[in-house]
Design a protein around this ligand. Structure first.
Ligand code: FEO
Length: 168
């Protein structure tokens, strides 16, 4: 049986992942409004992934006999200065989520909850990938500049992203 403290922290993470999903969907809507279909599709796929992350926590909590308590999702920001500013905000957000995951790992150790500790390892690895992916995009923006022509090609490239699990 999971401890009350660990269950409370995992519930908080369900909310944080749902907020991530909401934030990326808001970024997607911003890109739709600005006419960047590719960036919008990329962010929409990201929003979908975050929803899946929330469900991983949700399912785990149920599997270990915890009680799921869904809280209100905070309103995300809906406007940014430029496409690059959106991706920079996404990176900042992922660094914040990495901290949250690391804190969860610390709590699992304090609680001697080895099952949760193992469950969290997937997220530790996932965060490395998420930060690396968005950093790579930011590097591309910086390499090609923010002229309309450059943004057109980057928008096209990012639009090719597939939603996880939809390849077949
Ligand atoms: Fe679920 Fe991007 O962290």
């Amino acid at each position: 049986m999971i401890s009350e403290r660990m269950a409370k922290e995992l519930n908080k993470q369900i909310n944080a992942e749902m907020f991530s999903s909401y934030l990326y969907l808001s970024m997607s809507a911003f890109f739709e409004k600005e006419g960047y279909k590719g960036f919008a599709a990329w962010m929409r796929a990201q929003a979908q992934e975050e929803y899946e992350h929330a469900l991983k926590f949700y399912d785990y909590l149920i599997d270990v006999g915890g009680v799921v308590e869904l809280e209100a999702i905070e309103k995300p920001k809906n406007t940014w200065e430029s496409p690059l500013a959106v991706f920079e905000a996404a990176k900042e957000h992922e660094l914040h989520v990495t901290n949250l995951i690391n804190n969860l790992v610390a709590v699992s150790i304090e609680e001697k909850d080895y099952a949760t500790n193992i469950f969290l390892q997937w997220f530790v690895t996932e965060q490395i990938e998420e930060v690396a992916t968005v950093s790579e995009i930011i590097d591309k923006f910086k390499m090609i500049g923010e002229r309309n022509e450059s943004l057109y090609f980057l928008d096209k490239e990012l639009g090719e992203r597939k939603v996880a699990g939809s390849e077949n």
